[in-house]
Write a protein that binds this ligand. Structure first.
Ligand code: FAD
Ligand code: NAP
Ligand code: SF4
Length: 682
């Protein structure tokens, strides 16, 4: 008997049966946006098809130029383009998978001057003001959707997903703050929802009965004046009647100020919304399968959601970047071998915003399947890897999997390096999953692990290794502030790793990723995390039942901070500029909710028993006292490579990776990528 009977049960769609209840949700990988990437896209999806996922949805393809996400974004509007997609569909089918193409019209979110919308209202996330469509223009958009769906079928896709959520074009017709039309496409809700209903109806007519048509429905807009619950239910019923095969859940417009997929969002945080909809539809006698999504990253989470009757399928997007073999591992009862998505967004969504190919922090092969190939080594060699942080873990396991003998040393009693601090931050609990995963990989790959062992140059020379990989990480930068030796001064390592207590009022020196995390740690009561308590998290961010308020947004009700924290940096300007594009705003908003004072442009003059003295700019006299009981230093990091010189002097081949190689702008993404790539080449 499977541990995941609901998750792994087949789903009969009438004309076809999906092998299980896992849908790989649409993600923009960047591979859509150029013909040259199609072989990589085919390999990307084929690898996930081999991993057993029930149905996959591509990243969004625009049905026409007006629908582009950005200039020259992937578009499916001609037979020639459809022929190119055969490479993808053939590869997926050869691997035993199924794939649907997402039709994405961005409307006023389009980052280009040709964007169109129901009304001429600029969005807060694009510098371009859309052109308001006339009736003829709307008809052209509908025809483009229909043409795109027909071409998708021609290209061999098993279906299409009509993107009707996240605040894109279709969504923009539904609510009055983006649709102020007075014609047949605006005004009453019946008029506002005409666009999606016509699209679904006409797509269904064009593609025939035996073609999957997923409609992604915005069930919770998370914007003020969003759709009301009765409106969303009305639309769900109407698109079902119009011919949708499956309803997928959309949560939050892109312009919403509530996090929906970041790591601090509780697992399965929005499954209740799909459940609410499912109950409405079942009560009306509609049996259309519903898919729920957002922060479902382990089979246990998906299984529970399905067992609770929240949905008929679960959508996992990023978790399949992290581990293409997710479903196969669940099937084999090996869920503890899954490389879990930690919802950091650092290599996927952040890359998309930086116009780079999406990948994955914990799986650098994602999106690079054709280029980062891990082959068996031609000859078995002996390697020492010093440091079991992310860089050393990635390198040692990859080397061993390729057939080498590998000895991994760490001075600490556990693997993980700085991730052992990261996982203690409220809202970053997922980081421990990466350590569980690498722990399993170490065992399976046969890496010999030497914990509690500080490697010395002498021991490494005596070990006669073919090469030594130094993954020794970093040391905290010394900010050299007069008075920092006092008893009221701690480093982030003291606070996070050694559990040294901080007082009631704390000044945090340094506002990089670690300064922000330490501030979050300090404002949260010890041992507590709203991420592990869904009702509390929803209240903190002001998410409400959409049946009580349009869009499901109310006033946020954050719990009071555990202490008063002041976060400081020397640079002038807004704090947190260097944080991730898609997560920085969440960190800033979270600290603002906890009344953290953020001060930039300071000089640290000295620390005394009363607190921290700072001055501003050129004026170095009359320092201002920031009264506090504790000062926590988070002033950046320097590489630790004390073993390099003696090893090289002894003629040992040395490779530096991770923080030992370069501490500036280091993160786990770079550490794991560098460790993996080096190990792939040795
Ligand atoms: P480290 O993780 O520093 O590991 C080095 C290891 O080497 C240590 O375990 C150490 O004990 C060992 N070592 C050193 N010398 C020796 C020796 N002589 N013998 C044996 N062992 C030795 N990054 C992100 O990408 N995203 C985040 O959200 C994020 N959050 C973070 C939050 C916090 C609070 C902290 C502290 C860091 C965070 N980071 C984050 C940074 C990330 O953890 C680091 O970039 C990453 O750990 C660097 O990996 P590394 O392998 O180079 O070094
Ligand atoms: P960081 O991001 O480089 O920030 C260092 C902070 O210290 C800055 O605010 C810097 O600002 C300040 N600083 C630098 N030199 C100083 C000095 N001599 N005296 C006083 N202040 C000084 O480094 P970090 O916060 O230590 O983080 C380490 C790495 O971990 C980062 O590269 C980061 O990417 C990664 N990380 C990422 C996340 C994430 O969520 N993605 C979270 C945590 C850590 P001023 O120079 O303006 O004072
Ligand atoms: Fe998940 Fe982070 Fe990988 Fe994106 S980069 S898939 S969020 S682990």
């Amino acid at each position: 008997m499977s541990a995941f009977p609901h998750l792994l049960a087949p789903l009969d769609l009438g004309f076809t049966t999906l092998p299980n209840r896992v849908l790989m949700g649409s993600m923009h990988t960047g591979l859509e946006d150029g013909r040259k990437h199609f072989p990589a896209m085919a390999a990307f999806f084929a690898e996930r098809a081999r991993g057993g996922v029930g149905l996959m949805v591509t990243g969004g393809f625009a049905p026409n130029i007006e629908g582009w996400a950005k200039p020259f974004a992937g578009t499916l509007a001609t037979s020639g383009a459809a022929r190119r997609h055969k490479l993808v569909t053939d590869a997926v089918h050869a691997a035993g998978g199924r794939i649907a193409l997402q039709i994405l019209h961005t409307g006023r979110y389009g980052y280009h001057p040709l964007c169109v919308a129901p009304s001429r209202i600029q969005s807060p996330i694009s510098p371009f003001t859309p052109r308001a469509l006339g009736a003829g223009g709307i008809e052209r958009q509908i025809r483009a959707f229909v043409r795109c769906a027909r071409l998708a079928r021609e290209a061999g896709y098993d279906g299409v997903e009509v993107m009707g959520s996240e605040g894109y074009f279709i969504n923009q017709f539904l609510v009055t703050h983006t649709n102020q039309r007075t014609d047949d496409w605006g005004g009453s809700y019946e008029n506002r929802m005409r666009l999606p209903v016509e699209i679904v109806q006409r797509v269904r007519e064009a593609v025939g009965k035996d073609f999957i048509l997923i409609y992604r429905l915005s069930m919770l807009d998370l914007i003020p004046d969003g759709s009301s619950w009765p409106e969303v239910v009305t639309l769900a019923k109407a698109v079902t009647a119009a011919g949708a095969t499956i309803l997928n859940t959309g949560i939050g417009w892109h312009e919403a100020r509530i996090p929906t997929i970041a790591t601090s969002v509780p697992r399965g945080a929005f499954a209740w919304v799909t459940k609410k909809m499912r109950e409405e539809l079942r009560a009306a006698g509609l049996t259309i399968p519903l898919v729920t999504s957002n922060r479902i990253n382990m089979p246990e989470v998906g299984e529970q959601i399905l067992a609770d009757g929240c949905a008929d399928m679960v959508s996992l997007a990023r978790p399949l970047l992290a581990d293409p073999g997710f479903v196969a591992k669940a099937k084999a009862g090996r869920s503890s071998d899954i490389n879990t998505c930690i919802a950091c967004n650092q290599a996927c969504l952040d890359h998309t915003f930086q116009l780079k190919i999406a990948s994955c922090l914990v799986n650098p092969r994602a999106g690079h399947e054709t280029e980062l190939v891990l082959q068996r080594a031609p000859a078995r060699k002996r390697y020492a890897v010093v440091g079991a942080g992310p860089a050393g873990l990635a390198a040692s396991t990859t080397l061993a999997e390729r057939g080498h003998e590998v000895h991994l040393f760490d001075a600490a009693a556990q693997i993980g390096g700085q991730f052992n601090m990261a996982k203690k931050i409220p809202g970053k609990e997922e980081f421990s999953e990466t350590l569980r995963y690498f722990g399993r990989r170490i065992e399976q790959a046969g890496v010999t692990l030497h914990l509690n062992t500080r490697a010395t140059a002498e021991a490494l020379v005596a070990g006669r290794f073919d090469a030594v990989l130094l993954a020794t990480g970093v040391v905290a930068r010394d900010p050299k502030i007069p008075g920092q030796d006092g008893p009221n001064v701690l480093s982030y390592i003291d606070v996070l790793l050694h559990g040294k207590p901080a007082g009631e009022r704390v000044a945090v020196v340094g506002a990089g990723g670690i300064g922000f995390d330490v501030a979050e740690f300090l404002v949260t009561p010890a041992g507590h995390s709203p991420t592990l308590n869904l009702p509390e998290w929803l209240a903190e961010w002001g998410v409400a039942d959409p049946a009580t308020v349009r869009g499901g947004v109310v006033r946020a009700q954050p719990a009071p901070p555990a202490r008063r924290v002041t976060l400081l940096q020397r640079k002038a300007g807004k704090l947190g500029r260097g944080l991730g594009k898609t997560t920085g705003w969440i960190h800033r908003a979270a600290l603002q909710m906890k009344q953290v004072e953020m001060i930039g442009g300071v000089n640290y003059e000295r620390i005394g028993p009363q607190g921290l003295f700072v001055t501003y700019g050129e004026k170095r006299q009359d320092g201002q006292l920031i009264e506090c009981d504790t000062v926590v230093l988070c002033a950046g990091q320097e590489p630790l490579r004390e073993l390099e010189a003696p090893l090289r002097a002894a003629g040992v081949a040395v490779h530096l990776i991770g923080g030992a190689h370069e501490a500036s702008e280091l993160d786990a993404k770079r550490a794991i990528d560098q460790g993996t790539r080096l190990a792939a080449s040795l």
